[in-house]
Ligand binder design. Structure first.
Ligand SMILES: [Zn+2]
Length: 346
């Protein structure tokens, strides 16, 4: 596992949710099976063990629902299962589809689930164990504990779906030039593909918040998308370097403040509360945190936000991301940067 991903996983003290988030966000995807399995595990009533038969219909249905909206569920184009979906659309033979799925998917899906960035999650932290002999998966206490928190489960269902949408959309657009842009009017993000067609991809909050463990980038407060927009814990999209910097400071002039490289999710209190940040430049430490966040996105070659970050900074590699961002440091050096009054401990 790359050090920067390990750092992400460990920054939330290996809670169950941080394990699942790490799997969803950094799992190396060649297909979207991982998302379908996470979807089943999050939505299904779990007992201590699930047989292949218990999992299969929900799994195939979850995958098929996505396939209908976007056939790009496999990085290489089509495979056995996508062909089986096509056949199912003609003959509506569910049993046949299940048969193909059972033969081709389950071993790979269960065994690959805990692989993250070329390494496997430690045995004592896994969410289930795969028992090939009895053809079942044995659910661990960690996953059962996570499932007790209903609000967290719905949040993770949404994060999983968002990440799934981004991955399939990235494959559909062959990743280049898969430029994601933030639209402040409706808080959405879009992908502009080669024909300059805009594709709506849900909100920037959904795309970025899981990488912050669901917390405010500045004060660490747990955020809640269901809160009233005036509540302190409502998630806002914040431009870390303020707009005002961009006309005054020459290195910024070729770079857009709306690019993903400059966006973080902040609580309402930090963004626009009584002693909120508004248009102030932040304390240096937050800029360092943003550099690390952008390295996290760009060091992993298959990360779906990688190209977005590179293009938004007009650079070609993770190392250049860091160098380019350091060029903006002199601007921050001249201010007493803004800091939140209250910090929430993890
Ligand atoms: Zn905050």
């Amino acid at each position: 596992m790359k050090p920067i991903i390990k750092q992400y996983a460990e920054s939330d003290l290996f809670s169950e949710e941080s394990i699942l988030r790490t799997i969803i966000l950094f799992g190396r995807n060649v297909s979207t099976y991982k998302f379908a399995l996470a979807d089943v595990l999050l939505n299904k009533d779990l007992t201590t063990a699930l047989s292949y038969t218990d999992v299969r219909d929900d799994f195939v249905l979850s995958l098929y629902n996505h396939y209908q909206n976007n056939p790009h569920q496999y990085q290489g184009g089509e495979n056995t299962i996508t062909k089986a979906f096509d056949a199912y659309e003609q003959d509506a033979d569910w049993n046949n589809l299940i048969k193909v799925a059972e033969k081709n998917i389950y071993n790979n899906v269960f065994d690959a689930f805990h692989n993250v960035g070329g390494a496997s999650i430690k045995d004592e932290l896994v969410l289930f164990e795969h028992d090939k002999n009895s053809k079942q998966i044995v659910i661990t206490d960690a996953l059962l504990k996570l499932k007790e928190n209903e609000a967290l489960v719905s949040q993770l269902v949404l994060e999983n779906q968002t990440r799934w949408n981004i991955v399939e959309e990235a494959w559909k657009n062959k990743l280049t030039p898969n430029m994601l842009v933030f639209n402040a009017e409706d808080n959405s993000i879009s992908s502009i593909n080669s024909e300059n067609e805009r594709i709506n991809l849900r909100s920037a909050v959904d795309a970025l918040l899981p990488y912050q463990h669901g917390k405010c980038f500045y004060c660490g407060r747990q955020l809640n998308k269901a809160s009233d927009t005036q509540s302190a814990d409502f998630p806002d999209v914040d431009h870390l370097l303020p707009f005002s910097a961009f006309d005054k400071f020459s290195p910024f002039q070729q770079i857009s403040p709306n690019g993903f490289w400059n966006l973080v999710i902040a609580c309402k209190e930090c963004n626009r509360g009584a002693s909120g940040k508004f248009d102030a430049p932040p304390d240096q430490m937050y800029y360092t945190k943003l550099i690390n966040r952008n390295r996290l996105f760009t060091e992993e070659h298959r990360h779906s936000l990688r190209n977005t970050i590179l293009l938004s900074l007009n650079v070609k590699s993770a190392i250049q991301v860091e160098k380019r961002m350091h060029q903006f440091q002199p601007y921050l050096n001249i201010f007493n940067g803004w800091k939140p009054k209250l910090i929430f401990e993890a």
